[in-house]
Design a protein around this ligand. Structure first.
Ligand SMILES: CC(C)(COP(=O)(O)OP(=O)(O)OC[C@H]1O[C@@H](n2cnc3c(N)ncnc32)[C@H](O)[C@@H]1OP(=O)(O)O)[C@@H](O)C(=O)NCCC(=O)NCCS
Length: 163
């Protein structure tokens, strides 16, 4: 079942969202496989383990019939949080799962932080549309920070100041 078109709907029957570090650890091989197929350079296994082990890094995975199809990692700093990784398995993209994961993560964090930050390459129109749809607005452009020279757009949700 696809969750498309209703971001506030309950989880589809076959889907589970998990934020328990010990359970996420059990899916680390699948996370690394999706990561390697999605990013250049990808985060390494140790990058993920360090994030999970360090504390102060809320994360969430999305399972469909027990199979990992998406993950989100973030980092806390005082009353702000930065989402530094969001990815959906390539075969499941464009069906509303990214929205489902982001929406539910924001709901889980509600009231705990004054602002949520994230960043995408200016060329990643899919991600930027997903973030805009979920209430993020452009905070600033960071010039040529990617290996291919692309600019990054930093987006923020909540608060009004520009840092
Ligand atoms: C970015 C990503 C997480 C989005 O997840 P997804 O499951 O594909 O997105 P969804 O199906 O939930 O779509 C959510 C919104 O994104 C936008 N979107 C999705 N697919 C799109 C496409 N092919 N083109 C343009 N916009 C698109 C739309 O605004 C869509 O909302 P709508 O259908 O109501 O218009 C996913 O494509 C991905 O993992 N990409 C590779 C990794 C990546 O770029 N991560 C983000 C790094 S900052």
């Amino acid at each position: 079942m696809s969750p498309k078109n209703d971001k506030s709907s309950p989880l589809p029957e076959n889907c589970t969202l998990i934020s328990s570090v010990s359970i996420i650890m059990k899916h680390i091989d699948s996370i690394c496989a999706i990561e390697a197929a999605s990013f250049d350079p990808p985060w390494t296994r140790n990058d993920f383990i360090n994030e999970l082990g360090g504390g102060g890094s809320p994360s969430m995975i999305l399972l469909n019939k027990g199979m990992l199809i998406g993950y989100l990692f973030s980092k806390k700093a005082l009353d702000e949080i930065t989402i530094n990784k969001l990815c959906i398995h390539a075969e499941y993209r464009g069906r509303g799962y990214g929205n489902l994961l982001l929406y539910n993560f924001i709901e889980q964090m509600r009231g705990q932080f004054s602002r949520i930050f994230l960043e995408a390459a200016c060329t990643n129109t899919t991600a930027i549309r997903l973030y805009t749809k979920n209430g993020f607005r452009v905070n600033r452009i960071r010039k040529a920070i990617y290996a291919d020279g692309a600019d990054a757009v930093e987006m923020v949700r909540g608060g009004e100041e520009v840092r």
